[in-house]
Design a protein around this ligand. Structure first.
Ligand code: ATR
Length: 286
């Protein structure tokens, strides 16, 4: 039973997150705090789903009347083929992190990129129009961010990747969306003096290797915006370098909160209580 019928029966809202592993996910704490702060009777559960049971699990979303689920590693790409509809942005990015169940019809969205951009604009760079942006990495996370970034009319976006070919392929795929270039990591020295915003999407500097950084501090220009998708640690080595250079810094916590915030808004039709969500994530980190 889903949708209106469920509401009339006064059944609690069912939400969850599917992944493998799932125990480490901060989404249950964050979304339970959101439900509570919004006065919604419901629950948000971690769902440990192995790859060979993904199709069954998605059928289970319909059968059990879940209003929605988040999808995390390693299912974001694979899950698309089991959905009834996939939003245009999620299709272009090639990954779904949010599913909405409308009366048994499942639609997939990707809120990672738009969540990240909302956070970046609120906390570090209010206007992205005309900005020159350098993105480090061209994996799944970078795709979501670059796609959302190109909707903001930046002057140009360069994607630099260890495997240069992957960055060039991404730039070719989305050349119709804006001024996008791809290159190898070894070229960033020449690019850094001419950028306004640097975004690290690689895992370099992430727990359990917090001392690592994707670039030499001497290359970092002062006064730019430096953003790192990592939120464990909250201050990566890259952000510490940036602070020493007088840059505006932005970490990955806001992206996590806002990707969840957009999902919450899709499921409930209510504005996400982002402050309560952020507080729940921060307290679950320690
Ligand atoms: P995610 O979904 O987090 O983006 P991913 O799709 O596996 O994960 O992509 C990881 C990205 O981080 C890639 O761009 C990867 O570069 P390669 O394409 O060359 O593998 C980059 N990356 C990971 N470890 C790195 C390292 N030690 N140095 C530089 N780049 C690294």
């Amino acid at each position: 039973v889903v949708g209106k019928e469920r509401e009339e029966l006064k059944l609690p809202l069912l939400l969850g997150v599917m992944g493998d592993p799932i125990i480490q996910s901060k989404s249950p704490s964050m979304h339970r705090a959101a439900l509570q702060a919004s006065g919604i009777e419901g629950t948000y559960v971690p769902l440990h789903v192995k790859g060979d049971r993904l199709e069954d699990a998605i059928k289970g979303v319909r059968a059990l009347g879940f209003r929605g689920v988040n999808v995390t590693v390693p299912h974001k790409v694979e899950v698309m083929k089991y959905l009834d509809e996939v939003d245009e942005g999620a299709r272009a990015i090639g990954a779904v992190n949010t599913i909405v169940n409308d009366g048994g019809v499942l639609k997939g969205y990707n809120t990672d990129g738009i969540g990240y951009i909302r956070s970046l604009k609120e906390q570090a760079a209010p206007d992205l129009a005309g900005k020159r942006v350098l993105v480090l990495g061209s994996g799944g996370a970078a795709r979501g961010i670059v796609y959302a970034l190109l909707q903001e009319s930046p002057a140009r976006v360069t994607v630099a990747n260890r495997t240069a070919e992957k960055a060039r392929e991404l730039a070719a795929e989305w050349s119709h969306l804006g001024a996008l270039k791809g290159c190898g990591m070894e070229e960033i020295g020449g690019l850094l003096p001419e950028i306004d915003i640097l975004i690290n999407t690689t895992s370099v500097g992430m727990y359990p290797h917090p001392g690592q950084t994707p670039l030499d501090e001497a290359l970092l220009p002062s006064g730019i915006v430096v953003s790192d998708l990592i939120y464990n640690p909250l201050r990566t080595e890259l952000l510490l370098q940036a602070e020493r250079k007088g840059c505006t810094i932005h970490n990955g916590i806001g992206m996590f909160v806002y990707q969840g915030g957009y999902a919450f808004e899709y499921w409930t039709g209510m504005p996400a209580p982002v402050d309560a969500m952020r507080a729940a994530v921060l307290s679950s980190l320690v």
